[in-house]
Design a protein. Structure first.
Length: 151
């Protein structure tokens, strides 16, 4: 019966340790990046504007973050969200965002539950629809909301 001794000086052990270090470094990097993305998303302005406050028309919302660029055309008719068209959707996440937009239309509200597994993109899209609705408000109401946001 032959017995081999485990040695830290062997080549396979060195390779395994190097691979382990690379994997751990990558995992820590991804965790930090995700945390920073959530911090950035938390700083996006949210006004929770109701479509009934917005004049009829189509308004463009834009939200650019370090991880996702989104532009949407939001149409409001008779105080209701009638269409949300994706103009730009570039970056990480947000590729399967249609259910979120459908939910906004069904609930006639920009603030809806985020999609499970795509929470960051959901936050950006919600902020983008809110930005579009903000653009449809009278200037006086926009000034009030900006003043409140600055405080």
């Amino acid at each position: 019966m032959s017995s081999k001794k485990f040695s830290l000086d062997s080549k396979p052990v060195h390779i395994i340790l190097i691979v382990l270090c690379v994997v751990l470094t990558f995992a820590l990097y991804m965790q930090r990046r995700t945390r920073n993305n959530y911090k950035e998303a938390a700083k996006l302005p949210f006004y929770n504007i109701q479509p009934a406050e917005v004049a009829d028309g189509t308004y463009r919302g834009k939200v650019y973050t370090s991880f996702l660029h989104v532009q949407l055309d939001v149409t409001v008719m008779s105080g209701k969200l009638t269409q949300i068209e994706v103009v730009e959707n570039e970056g990480l996440g947000g590729k399967q965002i249609t259910p979120l937009l459908d939910q906004m239309l069904a609930q006639n509200n920009s603030v809806v539950a985020a999609l499970k597994g795509d929470e960051l993109a959901s936050i950006v899209f919600i902020a983008c629809v809110d930005d579009a609705l903000f653009n449809g408000l009278p200037e006086e109401r926009q000034s009030q909301l900006k003043k409140t946001d600055d405080e």
